[in-house]
Design a protein around this ligand. Structure first.
Ligand code: ADP
Length: 510
């Protein structure tokens, strides 16, 4: 039975041919090809000419040939040929492997195609990354070059503000100042991206008051939402640890970027910020931060691209921005081991959220707070230890800021932090213990008088009682009275000497 099957199979797939030493066919099966007895095998197909040298070989020597393409009767055969030297000439055993070779070719082709596809994707990603890197490097260098002229423009704008002006001129000057501030904020954003790209942005792991941060956010965004007639819901889980280890400034930057967008892209309804505890383990807590709005929403196709730098989907003049906020948010979160997620529907609103794992100390909150008190000191000439005063210097003019900073630092009596607008002031006062705030009255967005009033309204004594000294270029009594009424202890009129500054500070501090 098997013999029968074997015969059936081999008879259609194999052919034995015997030739003499000149290539004439002595005998041939007719299973695959019609090869006539007495004909020349070289005429049947050119391939067989390559067998001539074999005819000189010794008896029973075998040579194999693979994947030979032979066209016969309009059909393509792919065969393997075994040539065996015999006394009479050559025995040729031809095996039909057409199906096998075709299948093999298909597999190889599919594999090659998939390899090429993968390589193309890798190349495309590399190209995208390279494009993004080039764009950022270019913008970063460019923005760096813009810094100097911008500093001059800001200085001259400030000087102009000190001259007498008509109402119309004053309006133009205010516009100029607002544009300067926007331009400076854009530069700050591009520099942040550049720093992240260059791997220079370090994430700090320091103990900070998480709940205090939420209170600050609540406080700041209540006011921002109100100014656009929106509701602001702010809630956090009471089980969230009061103090955690992490980078407070970067977390704040992420949340405020999301909240600023939520307010910017919402015309009516509610913006909310909620913080929820996912789980607590040993000394780590996983926390979900969520910012939602009832605004414009983002289409499905735009949901991916809005995280690319300089992408602005609406492109309208109505909403100003650099298209960098979400890129910075995404990159900062990646640096902090988290990932931004988004659910959004056009015309319904958006929800941005991310999870972050914090370590938290197993200390009582009292002990933790004591970690925050500033113990830094300096040694006086008579060897007595003297505590350094911690001061927050608020000025949006980089030139003035540097001059004041140097004046104070040279005395070695002060430890100085810098801020240039209201949001930064609130951020700093909530997480530091300052002995004094030195505040320029003329600031972008909220001015120094408004910030002073807000600080004096704070619910915590250690914040609302920080003495504030104002700095102003406006010497009119009416302006000075306004400053004092808002809660400033003293007001310094520009320009002033170093001595006057120090005397005023010591009067308040000592
Ligand atoms: P910017 O706001 O400066 O344009 P972002 O990177 O913060 O830059 O945002 C990129 C784009 O994503 C915005 O131009 C806007 O079209 C869209 N977008 C961001 N947040 C929201 C939101 N909450 N609702 C609707 N669209 C948003």
């Amino acid at each position: 039975m098997l013999k029968e099957f074997r015969q059936q199979y081999t008879s259609t797939n194999e052919q034995f041919v015997l030739t003499d030493k000149t290539g004439l066919v002595l005998e041939s099966e007719q299973t695959l090809f019609h090869i006539k007895k007495g004909s020349s095998i070289f005429e049947f197909h050119l391939f067989f000419e390559s067998l001539v040298p074999l005819l000189e070989g010794i008896a029973d020597e075998e040579t194999s040939f693979h994947c030979i393409h032979i066209e016969h009767d309009g059909q393509l055969y792919i065969v393997d040929i075994l040539a065996v030297v015999k006394k009479a000439g050559l025995l040729l055993i031809i095996k039909n492997l057409t199906d096998h070779y075709n299948a093999y070719q298909n597999v190889t082709q599919t594999r090659n195609e998939s390899v090429i596809k993968t390589e193309l994707t890798v190349l495309k990603n590399l190209e995208l990354q390279e494009r993004e890197r080039f764009k950022n490097r270019f913008i970063q260098n460019f923005s760096h070059e813009l810094r100097n002229p911008l500093t001059s423009i800001m200085g001259i704008t400030e000087l102009l503000g000190d001259t007498k002006m008509s109402d119309n001129q004053q309006k133009m000057l205010d516009f100029l100042k607002e544009s300067n501030t926007n331009l400076r904020l854009m530069l700050e954003d591009t520099l942040s991206i550049g720093m992240i790209d260059a791997g220079k942005l370090e994430i700090k792991q320091k103990l900070f008051g998480l709940q205090r941060l939420f209170e600050l956010i609540q406080f700041t965004y209540n006011a921002k939402a109100k100014s656009k007639a929106l509701n602001f819901d702010c809630s956090w889980d009471v089980k969230i640890p009061e103090f955690v280890e992490g980078d407070r400034l970067r977390l704040f930057q992420v949340v405020t970027n999301l909240l600023d967008n939520a307010i910017k892209y919402t015309e009516k309804g509610t913006v909310s910020f909620s913080v929820q505890l996912n789980q607590k383990r040993a000394n780590t807590a996983s926390i979900r931060f969520r910012v939602t709005d009832t605004g414009l929403g983002i289409s499905k196709e735009n949901q991916e691209v809005i995280f690319e730098s300089f992408y602005r989907s609406d492109g309208s003049e109505k909403t100003k921005g650099t298209g960098l906020g979400l890129t910075i948010t995404k990159r900062l979160l990646e640096l902090m081991g988290s990932k931004i997620r988004l659910k959004s529907e056009l015309d319904k609103g958006s929800e941005f959220y991310f999870d972050m794992v914090f370590k938290y100390p197993l200390l009582s909150s009292l002990e933790t707070k004591s970690l925050h008190t500033d113990q830094e000191s300096s040694i006086t000439s008579n060897g007595k230890e003297q505590r350094k005063f911690k001061i927050l210097l608020v000025d949006d003019d980089a030139y003035v800021q540097t001059t004041l900073f140097k004046m104070l630092l040279n005395t070695n009596r002060f430890k100085i932090d810098l801020a240039y607008d209201g949001a930064m002031v609130f951020q700093e006062v909530v997480s530091n213990n300052y002995d004094l705030i030195l505040m320029d009255v003329n600031l972008p967005n909220l001015n120094g008088i408004q910030i002073t009033k807000l600080i004096k309204d704070f619910p915590f004594n250690n914040i609302k009682n920080i003495p504030i000294i104002g700095i102003t270029a406006n010497a009119y009594q009416e302006n000075i009275d306004q400053c004092l009424k808002a809660g400033m202890r003293k007001v310094l009129i520009k320009p002033f000497e170093k001595e006057e500054l120090l005397q005023t500070l010591y009067k308040v501090l000592l």
